[in-house]
Design a binder for this molecule. Structure first.
Ligand code: CA
Length: 374
């Protein structure tokens, strides 16, 4: 340690006094690496410091790790590209990269949903397991080639809430005719139960709910939902968001831009995205409890979806997957791998994770209401 400090000091002194910097090699990355400036279109509004912030985490780390040579400027949804058209902009090369939830693009192909979340799918940890070690990244990047993109996981919200409803949902029939902002594939599941789904970007949900254009809306969870003010226009806050057990965001890179990026920069970008993937879920986990407390003290009413509603949705989801797989070979290829992986995960999670979590949760309830002695 001492020796290294001394050598570093000598190198700096030498470079300064003799003026022959070349005889003391500069850090490899700063030497001969090109200056690259990219634009990243985010699907999210700047006000959401966690979901939008994950894109900034990527940009800042890339810039710092390349000594400022590789710069990525992040633009909020709507600044240069509408929030729900980020993929199109990356595919066309309007921007070099984007930060988005790929299930926004299921209108092009439902296979997109696997990159983010599929109803009754994986939780956040399981999503990472499938992506990094279960073949998910390979399968999805093979699929994304048709859209001229390379995808890198870069954020997760953890299990989401089920959203904000003006009226209580007591039976499956209560969903009939309900206009709801809901993300991704879940809309197609709920259509089968009579719900009318709307795909609306994060920044535009509040006005729609306030005006009554929609009756209900889901976004993420307490921390974001409180910031967006949904509690001011709807009273009942449902859980769980069974359509998003662990939705992942991705940095989508235009394939030509990715291929011509120096290997070192590709590695830095991959590492920065992996950091954002951890950073984002950690930030939500840390911030959600206080936000939920604030919502509840402001009059929000928590409600669990009734079991028959969840069961009807699960049956509708399985029906939808079977029908989609029968007519879409790309979907089937990913689904077959994914569903096998999910079922294995569920078996394993019954043992250690579930038992531990349930024990802790039961314990915390006891703390609130101590059992009488004797
Ligand atoms: Ca959501």
């Amino acid at each position: 340690m001492q020796r290294r400090k001394f050598l570093k000091g000598a190198a700096l002194a030498g470079a300064g006094s003799i003026g022959v910097a070349a005889s003391f090699p500069a850090p490899a990355i700063a030497q001969g690496m090109p200056e690259i400036k990219w634009r990243m279109a985010s699907s999210f509004p700047k006000s959401l410091d966690t979901i939008f912030g994950a894109g900034e985490v990527v940009a800042k780390r890339v810039e710092a790790a390349t000594d400022g040579k590789f710069q990525i400027r992040v633009f909020a949804g709507g600044e240069i590209v509408p929030g729900l058209q980020v993929l199109d902009a990356v595919q066309a090369g309007t921007v070099e990269c984007g930060h988005t939830a790929n299930y926004y693009y299921i209108g092009k192909d439902p296979t997109f949903a696997f990159d983010t979340a599929v109803p009754f799918g994986l939780n956040g940890r399981q999503q990472n397991a499938w992506m990094y070690h279960g073949g998910g990244r390979q399968l999805m990047n093979e699929f994304f080639k048709d859209y001229n993109c390379h995808a890198i996981p870069a954020g997760n919200t953890g299990a989401q809430m089920g959203g904000w409803f003006r009226k209580e949902i007591k039976t499956v029939q209560d969903l009939n005719g309900l206009k709801m902002r809901i993300g991704g594939f879940a809309g197609q599941v709920l259509t089968r139960l009579g719900l009318v789904p709307q795909q609306i970007a994060g920044g535009d949900i509040y006005p729609a709910l306030e005006k009554g254009t929609i009756d209900a809306a889901e976004w993420v969870g307490p921390y974001d939902d409180e910031k967006l003010g949904f509690n001011k226009v709807a009273k009942y806050y449902y859980y769980p968001g069974w359509w998003e057990g662990g939705p992942q965001l991705s940095v989508m890179v235009n394939l030509e831009q990715w291929n011509k990026l120096p290997k070192a920069y590709q590695n830095v970008l991959e590492a920065a995205c992996a950091e954002a993937n951890v950073w984002m879920v950690a930030k939500y986990d840390a911030q959600n409890p206080a936000a939920l407390r604030k919502l509840l003290s402001g009059g929000t009413q928590l409600r669990a979806f009734p079991r028959p509603v969840m069961e009807a949705a699960l049956a509708a989801a399985n029906e939808l997957y079977a029908e989609t797989a029968a007519k879409n070979a790309k979907f089937k290829k990913v689904y077959d791998s994914w569903v096998k992986f999910r079922d294995e995960q569920v078996l394993w999670w019954r043992i250690a994770e579930n038992t531990f979590d349930n024990f802790m949760i039961a314990g915390s309830q006891k703390k609130k209401a101590p059992a009488k002695k004797g």
